[in-house]
Ligand binder design. Structure first.
Ligand SMILES: Cc1cc2nc3c(=O)[nH]c(=O)nc-3n(C[C@H](O)[C@H](O)[C@H](O)COP(=O)(O)O)c2cc1C
Length: 368
């Protein structure tokens, strides 16, 4: 599968090993099934790069499938509830769910992770980091230390802590409970969903727009997260909790500041780094909920597409949970949405021009 990334300025050195490292992280996580063991994803760059540096032309990123070709795969006779199988067959007039599922499968998130890794490399030189971690698996929530988020508690050790986790989490105390939940679900031939958080630090204020609804960064980030298969809910900052509190306990005080990059600071970040469809300069805090995998070994009621008889849904080799993998995909789609917003504001043909535009805005903010 391939992704074509357009609009990357010329002159950005690309680290292909870092792209492969993100692809590898997408394949990790406790509870993953057979397909992940077959495929070790690697990116191949087919266009847009010379001597490891971007040319400004479209970047074509190929991630090959190694396991099988559609012609050799068996028919999917009874659609799986929770997947695109039935709605897809009804849309196109197919009787074989196979015609739907190979494209509807989350395998397409692999090239998106590669594209997201490019976006991360565009943002990194400006000090912008996108970092996701798992908060809940199968209804077992991570338990932050009193009064602190797991993100704050991990601090600068966050990469290390997450790399040591079998779930891309930040709560080592919880690993056993999550492993137990996944093992129990596997035993019961069931599957599990969960919740993850995406944090973005180092963002400048003013990315996004309030000029038209669809341009609001909030809308673009929501669309990015909802573009991941199986995502059923997205929150920004306080999220649904913001609808339950009075305004005085929702909005973030604006305070004078000295010696920083602007003359303002915020007393809190309950907004999750977005106000009016724009970044505020505080960390972006997004959370998303993923439903459990729809391919169940225990079976789910379905109908044979040929005979019309009731039978169990066709089982496809599958994960028990893909929440850790989805958190890596979330990093990618958030990085892509932010890179787009970043280039809307600071864009130029070359990386040097982008840098100059960024420097100009930094000066403007200091003098505001
Ligand atoms: C990274 C990732 C891996 C997934 N792995 C599987 C899987 O192994 N088996 C499966 O049935 N669904 C898997 N899914 C979920 C399906 O793709 C998803 O449930 C399906 O597309 C329908 O979801 P929707 O109704 O939200 O679009 C995975 C999703 C993601 C994001």
């Amino acid at each position: 599968m391939a992704a074509v990334v357009q609009g990357v300025p010329a002159g950005l050195p690309l680290d292909l090993e870092a792209i492969d490292a993100d692809l590898a992280r997408r394949q990790e996580g406790y509870g993953r099934g057979g397909r992940m063991k077959i495929e070790t994803d690697r990116v191949e760059v087919l266009s847009g790069l010379k001597g490891g540096v971007t040319l400004g032309s479209p970047l074509t990123l190929l991630v090959r499938n190694k396991d099988s070709v559609i012609e050799k795969l068996p028919q999917v006779a009874a659609p799986r509830p929770g997947h695109a199988d039935l709605a897809g067959c009804m849309k196109y007039g197919h009787r074989d769910g196979r015609a739907v599922l190979e494209r509807a499968s989350a395998r397409e998130t692999a090239p998106r992770v590669a594209a997201g890794a490019v976006a991360r490399q565009l943002l990194a030189p400006f000090g912008i980091e996108v970092f996701a971690y798992v908060l809940e698996v199968g209804g077992v929530p991570a338990s932050p230390p009193d009064g602190q988020s797991l993100w704050d508690a991990a601090g600068d050790r966050r990469h290390e802590v997450r790399a040591a986790s079998a779930f891309h989490g930040l709560d080592p105390e919880l690993e056993e409970a999550w492993i137990g939940a996944v093992d129990a679900a596997r035993e019961q031939k069931d599957s599990l969903g969960g919740v993850f958080e995406v944090r973005v630090s180092g963002l400048p204020p003013g990315l996004g727009s309030y000029q038209a609804g669809p341009d609001r960064l909030t809308a673009r980030l929501g669309a990015a997260l909802f573009s991941i298969p199986a995502i059923k809910g997205v929150e920004v900052g306080l999220g649904f909790e913001a609808g339950r509190r009075p305004g005085s306990r929702v909005h973030d005080p604006i305070l004078p500041a000295e010696g920083g990059s602007t003359r303002f600071r915020r007393g809190s970040n309950r907004a999750g780094g977005l106000e009016g469809g724009l970044t505020t300069g505080e960390d972006l805090v997004l959370r998303a909920a993923m439903k459990p995998i729809p391919s169940l070994r225990q079976g789910m009621p379905s109908v044979d597409m040929e005979s019309g008889e009731a039978r169990d849904a066709t089982y496809q080799r599958s994960d028990v949970t893909s929440v850790p993998a989805a958190s890596v995909v979330a990093e990618a789609v958030v990085a892509l949405a932010l890179a787009e917003a970043f280039l809307d504001k600071y864009g130029g043909d070359s990386f040097e021009q982008v840098r100059a535009s960024w420097d100009y805005h930094r000066g403007q903010l200091r003098d505001l």
